[in-house]
Design a protein around this ligand. Structure first.
Ligand SMILES: [Zn+2]
Length: 289
């Protein structure tokens, strides 16, 4: 018993040291493993179900295993710490507070808590050009959403969406089209130029313009580039419930048609530090940054 207490105390101390370093440096590389938690075998889980907790494939042989943290283990963490702890194995470099990248992480970074094993997150929050975007997109396994015209998502996200849609009819925003689903850098740029310009981008970079982020994503930063977002026409509670049950939630404040595949039902999100924000009757799950 004494030994366990000692271990727990040691773990708490190590966790606080890690966060002290994060806070003092602002920028941190991948957090070092402080404690390995039991690895849950994902292969036994029913396909396409949202996972109740992060899990990794045990079949993968790795000399330096990726640490998995369960923020709920330490109730003393702030929401921000919980969130950053959860995404630390998914986003190699956490942007420094106050930077353009940090602003984008705040607006669109909710998807980084997704720990479904086949889901691939981007290596950074903003791609600089088409080439870089394509290089990442080439690594994705995409799948077409049933009964759509060229609407592609990452396979896990598409499967989860198809399941939600088998419970209740959920139309795409445009009705059928590819622009609601995975987009190219060029499409992201074209949408941006429709609503904003370089002056707007400068204001976003300075942190004085945030409302535009709920209307259109700056070039290279849209969740639609990641194959984990879809624009829908949702009009009732049954649709919302089916989407949440299958890991689809609204993470971008004020972007009414926009849904993000996060891999967890919304009830789970406070454990990762998310805050719910109701705007005009719609609940958005925003990052605590
Ligand atoms: Zn969208």
């Amino acid at each position: 018993m004494k030994r366990i207490l000692k271990k727990t105390a040691l773990f708490t101390v190590v966790v606080f040291i890690v966060f002290a370093l994060v806070a003092s440096n602002g920028m941190t590389q991948r957090t070092l493993s402080t404690q390995r938690l039991p690895i849950k075998n994902c292969s036994n889980l029913p396909a396409n179900q949202p996972f109740s907790q992060p899990c990794i494939e045990t079949t993968t042989v790795s000399t330096s295993p990726t640490p998995i943290f369960l923020p709920s283990l330490n109730l003393q963490l702030t929401n921000q710490q919980r969130f950053l702890t959860t995404i630390t194995d998914k986003l190699p470099i956490i942007p420094q507070a106050g930077t353009f990248e940090y602003i984008l992480l705040r607006a669109y970074g909710g998807a980084f808590v997704n720990h479904a094993p086949a889901v691939k997150l981007p290596p950074k929050v903003v791609f600089t050009n088409e080439q870089e975007t394509k290089k990442y997109q080439a690594t994705l396994t995409l799948s077409k959403v049933n009964d759509t015209n060229e609407c592609y998502l990452q396979k896990t996200a598409a499967d989860a969406f198809n399941q939600a849609r088998s419970q209740v009819h959920i139309p795409l925003k445009s009705g059928y089209g590819p622009s609601d689903c995975t987009r190219s850098f060029a499409t992201n740029l074209r949408f941006w130029q429709k609503y904003a310009d370089s002056k707007t981008l400068e204001k976003v970079r300075e942190g004085i313009e945030t409302a535009i982020l709920g209307i259109v994503a700056p070039p290279g930063s849209s969740q639609h580039l990641w194959g984990l977002a879809i624009d829908l026409y949702v009009s009732n509670q049954a649709q919302r419930q089916a989407l949440s049950q299958h890991g689809w939630v609204q993470t971008v404040e004020n972007d009414m048609p926009h849904w993000t595949y996060i891999g967890y039902p919304q009830e789970k999100l406070t454990e990762f530090g998310f805050q719910s924000k109701v705007v005009r009757g719609i609940t958005y799950w925003v990052t605590p940054l």
